[in-house]
Design a protein around this ligand. Structure first.
Ligand code: TYD
Length: 139
């Protein structure tokens, strides 16, 4: 069963240059899956929260390209806050974790790579159901 301990903060390569720095990530190298989809969050109004769900199968890799925000992850037993505020760190979020995103700074830009194509059926929106599925080892 996936737990909070399976979450990883991955330091990305950083090519320092007087002309501006560069970082990158590749499938199965820094990102531990094959990217099927990418999306991004921006213009998040102060005080707003995103997420509020778990995925049955989708894995993600989240980078704070600019600004900062917190990713709150919960495995039904333990909950941990991961604060992202550097463009050269990626947060690997395995499937089967409840996730909230909050405390977005002004101009925060969250870039998210996903291991699956968008599928509404992959979402679990009910926390009690999530906990039950976790308890039963279904996710
Ligand atoms: P959602 O995943 O709930 O956003 P978040 O978890 O960041 O709060 O998605 C919000 C809306 O966007 C929802 O109506 C579905 C749509 N959406 C897509 O159509 N494709 C995608 O790849 C994503 C991530 C969302």
């Amino acid at each position: 069963m996936v737990t909070i301990n399976d979450v990883k903060i991955i330091e990305l390569p950083k090519i320092l240059d007087a002309r501006g720095n560069l970082s990158f990530a590749e499938n199965f190298k820094q990102i531990p899956f094959e990217i099927k989809r990418t999306y991004w969050l921006y213009d998040v109004p102060g005080g707003e929260c995103r997420g509020g769900h778990a995925y049955r199968a989708n894995e993600e890799f989240i980078i704070a390209i600019s600004g900062s925000f917190d990713v709150v992850l919960d495995d039904g037993k333990d909950r941990k806050v991961f604060s992202l505020n550097r463009s050269y760190y990626g947060l690997y979020v395995p499937k089967g974790l409840w996730r909230d995103m909050e405390n977005f700074s002004t101009n925060a830009f969250a870039l998210e790579f996903a291991s699956t194509h968008y599928d509404e059926g992959d979402y679990i929106y009910d926390y009690d159901l999530f906990k039950k599925m976790k308890y039963n080892g279904e996710i």
